[in-house]
Design a protein around this ligand. Structure first.
Ligand code: PAF
Length: 286
């Protein structure tokens, strides 16, 4: 496994690999890897000849009041996780290599970036789409792997790839969870054991929502969301919920008439536990 820090050598290696007829899979990450990332790498390994994992804590997707400086980092640990997962190249640039001094260009997927997460993190998705497009241009993969845990991110990136005719296959891989249902996340490292137990209410509540919808056991959308909120608040007083949304899985449009809706339904939510902000979702067909 090789570590590449600069853009030009990474582009040259990728170009060479492509010309040699090898299929490249990219797993973009911000490091502090966990089983969720390993799941992406294993999927990439199964489908592709060469796996590139990028490790870059992208400053443009954090707003000034967010946890960019506190975001956990441990390159040595990540290195061995990548090696064990069969990664061939780690692309590990610094912010100067990625953005230089006078960076000016951003990609924005309109509307979808402003709902749910976008309400609380207004510049977040513009940072994500911009860095992912840069990573695609640098590593030139045939396929790129993202986790379903970041459902809105996956929806937005899928739309960017379609709208800008980017020649890459988008692969969305199922969320990996702790035994109690808590979605694996680099931010879980900030949770105490007690918080981790308490935060398992999020996935339990998403499942409750799914069951209620599939069994038609609710009056209307507002009533259902109220029920789900109170399920979290009564079972886990430490949770400070930001939103629960019931939307489609293409444009994240609110589904108002859930009872008559046919197709994929996404229930997503965000909640603080202390200073740690967690997101999760459940996707199912009706
Ligand atoms: O999901 C993440 O870890 C990041 O948003 C990504 C896709 C690596 C872009 O920085």
């Amino acid at each position: 496994m090789k570590v590449i820090n600069d853009i030009k050598p990474m582009q040259e290696i990728s170009e060479f690999l492509r010309r040699s007829g090898l299929k490249i899979g990219l797993v973009p990450t911000m490091g502090f890897l966990h089983e969720g990332h390993v799941g992406l790498m294993i999927n990439a390994k199964d489908d592709c000849d060469i796996v590139i994992a990028s490790i870059f804590v992208n400053p443009t997707q954090f707003s000034p009041n967010e946890d960019f400086n506190q975001y956990p980092r441990d390159f040595l640990r990540d290195f061995y996780i990548c090696k064990n997962a069969g990664v061939d190249y780690i692309f590990y640039p610094d912010a100067t290599a990625m953005y230089g001094d006078d960076y000016k260009t951003f990609v924005n997927v309109t509307d979808i970036s402003n709902v749910c997460e976008g309400v609380y993190r207004p510049t977040h998705f513009q940072g994500v789409t911009t860095v992912v497009l840069k990573l695609l241009n640098i590593t030139k993969p045939h396929a790129a792997y993202f986790g379903q845990k970041d459902a809105q991110q996956s929806i937005i990136l899928t739309k960017m790839i379609a709208d800008l005719n980017i020649d890459v296959e988008m692969k969305i891989v199922e969320t990996i969870r702790e035994e109690n249902g808590l979605a694996k996340s680099s931010r879980n490292t900030f949770l105490s054991d007690e918080d981790k137990e308490s935060a398992s209410i999020l996935f339990k509540t998403l499942n409750l929502g799914k069951t209620k919808i599939l069994e038609n056991d609710f009056d209307d959308k507002q009533g259902l969301i109220k029920k789900l909120k109170s399920n979290i608040e009564t079972n886990s007083p430490k949770a400070v919920l930001q939103y629960i949304a019931i939307t489609d899985n293409k444009l994240m449009k609110d589904i108002d008439d859930i009872k008559n809706y046919k197709g994929e339904i996404l229930i997503s939510l965000a909640s603080f536990f202390g200073k740690t902000r967690l997101i999760d979702n459940i996707l199912f067909k009706k």
